[in-house]
Design a protein around this ligand. Structure first.
Ligand code: FES
Length: 318
């Protein structure tokens, strides 16, 4: 199996680029760094090859672990917890980005084995408070809901496939569709769409888990919510997309749900931009361990780093 060329990397040109992969000749973005003869990156940002070989960017800038105080832990529903965590101000802005997530572990653990990737639900930028939802299921997450302090490693950005599709909407009409616990990463998407003067309509699958806190926050943003389901109320969603000149859909559920929504959207118009959450297994988040690697178009893709649009991901997934 080949490694795909020209992958878009969520870290490319940012604070944490060039990363360890570039230094080892395994950059997912730059063909020259990988030892190929021509530049195929089609990248208009900071040249990673130049940074690495001419500016000699060493050592690798790594994300730091910081000990943070948990200021509130609340069981919102059976075994679903809201954690509010005081974070350093330098993290607040980055964590407001759509797709941002953090690694968290209990304060007594030194080993990175215990890092759990957790989606950012919301950030109070003024007071530097991070809000996350934790479902304690195993050795990594169970201790988090009883900690007074947690260790956070952040920011990571590839929590969504379709970041370009989200950020490129301006003065458009957009639909956000929520299903189950994946919805925790929808708020930052909705906020970004509103910031870019888009009109946003939210649909919630009434058959899935609903979180009151998310619905309240969406209403506080002035966004209308409609309920639907995939059995006998699908037409509500179809008619809305068909009749409102929708340019972008964010389907925020698990893969089977997102595939269903994509099919429905493509039946209306294949040009509607489409994004989904990245629900793949993530272990290191740095493109090193390989736990997140999937096969797409007969190529190996590290999904913790590689950015793609939701349609491309779902259409080519084997
Ligand atoms: S999670 Fe380790 S390589 Fe992606």
């Amino acid at each position: 199996m080949e490694r795909a060329n020209n992958q878009f990397c969520a870290d490319a040109g940012g604070k944490y680029c060039p990363c360890h992969l570039a230094h080892s000749g395994d950059c997912i973005k730059c063909s020259l760094i990988r030892g190929e003869k021509t530049c195929e990156c089609k990248w208009q940002g900071v040249c990673i090859y130049n940074e690495l070989n001419h500016n000699k960017v060493v050592p690798v800038q790594e994300r730091k672990e910081v000990l943070c105080k948990v200021i509130e832990t609340r069981e919102m529903e059976t075994n679903i917890y809201l954690l509010k965590i005081k974070i350093p101000s330098y993290l607040s802005r980055d964590l407001c980005e759509p797709g941002a997530y953090v690694f968290m572990k209990e304060q007594s653990r030194e080993s990175g084995y215990f890092n759990a990737p957790i989606s950012v639900m919301d950030v109070d930028e003024e007071n530097n408070i991070l809000e996350v939802v934790v479902v304690p299921r195993g050795i990594k997450t169970k201790p988090l809901v009883s900690c007074e302090e947690v260790i956070i490693k952040a920011p990571y950005f590839n929590g969504i496939f379709g970041l370009k599709e989200i950020k490129s909407n301006l003065n458009n009409k957009c639909v956000v569709i929520l299903d189950g616990l994946s919805q925790v990463n929808s708020l930052k998407v909705i906020k970004r769409l509103i910031r870019n003067d888009n009109e946003v309509q939210v649909f919630i699958n009434e058959d899935g888990k609903r979180l009151e806190i998310i619905e309240e926050k969406i209403k506080d943003l002035g966004v209308n919510i409609q309920l639907f389901n995939l059995h006998d109320k699908e037409e509500i969603l179809i008619n809305y997309i068909r009749n409102n000149n929708i340019s972008f859909v964010y389907s925020c559920g698990l893969i089977y749900f997102n595939k269903h929504i994509l099919q429905l959207v493509d039946n209306i118009d294949e040009n509607i931009k489409f994004a989904i959450p990245n629900n793949n297994l993530i272990c290191c988040g740095e493109g090193i361990c390989g736990a997140c690697t999937i096969r797409l178009n007969n190529c190996r893709i590290k999904t913790c780093k590689a950015q793609m649009n939701g349609r491309e991901f779902l259409s080519n997934l084997k």
